[in-house]
Design a protein around this ligand. Structure first.
Ligand SMILES: Cc1cc2nc3c(=O)[nH]c(=O)nc-3n(C[C@H](O)[C@H](O)[C@H](O)COP(=O)(O)O)c2cc1C
Length: 176
């Protein structure tokens, strides 16, 4: 099972469009897929689920979407030159061993030109620290708003979807 993570909790975030398209790609590859959005975490998880505290809601998210997954696709928007702080707070609230040996694919999303390359490097460092294995084919998506037509409800940019498909195909083979 693969969990696709939307690494932001911003209301109406555009990252979710990419997450939804990625889920389609993985299902085309016959993968079982779940989605974890930072927006579904309890609002006070930084206090109620950190440093030894645990709520039932947070615990069930971990047991449904983190523990049983062999792989994670982390779709992370660029916020101030890195991945969103809420995702680091989430990692800090979860026991580190749940990531060990698991495969990670990274997708960066930005309005700027860098496609969150730096944030994906930061994520690579952190996930390697947690002894997860990061797949080398990372996908930066730059200038997101230029890739979305005004009438689009999802993310439908053909060239970028082809690149994401290539990553997904390689990632499925890379997973343990
Ligand atoms: C707090 C914040 C900081 C941001 N910082 C950057 C940045 O450093 N570089 C950049 O290209 N875009 C930046 N953006 C724009 C997001 O990367 C852009 O909206 C992206 O396409 C998707 O973010 P979203 O999922 O929140 O819509 C920032 C957005 C927010 C909300």
């Amino acid at each position: 099972m693969i969990t696709v993570i939307c690494a932001t909790h911003r209301p109406q975030n555009q990252t979710l469009r990419v997450v939804e398209r990625y889920v389609d790609l993985l299902r085309e590859l016959k993968q079982e897929v779940k989605v974890l959005q930072m927006a579904e975490l309890p609002q006070d998880f930084m206090y109620e689920d950190s440093f030894g505290n645990r709520t039932d809601t947070f615990e069930s998210i971990i047991h449904e979407k983190i523990v049983p997954a062999q792989g994670f696709v982390i779709v992370a928007p660029e916020y101030n030159g890195s991945f969103p702080g809420i995702f680091k707070a989430f990692l800090d609230a979860v026991k580190p061993h749940v990531w060990r040996g698991k495969a990670i694919a990274l997708v960066g999303v930005a309005t700027g030109r860098a496609g969150n390359l730096r944030g994906m490097d930061h994520l690579t460092d952190v996930m390697h620290h947690l002894r997860a294995e990061v797949y080398s084919r990372k996908v930066p998506i730059s200038k997101l708003y230029d890739l979305i037509e005004p009438e689009d409800t999802g993310f439908n940019h053909p060239e970028t979807i082809a690149i994401l498909r290539k990553q997904a195909e390689g990632f499925v083979k890379f997973m343990p």
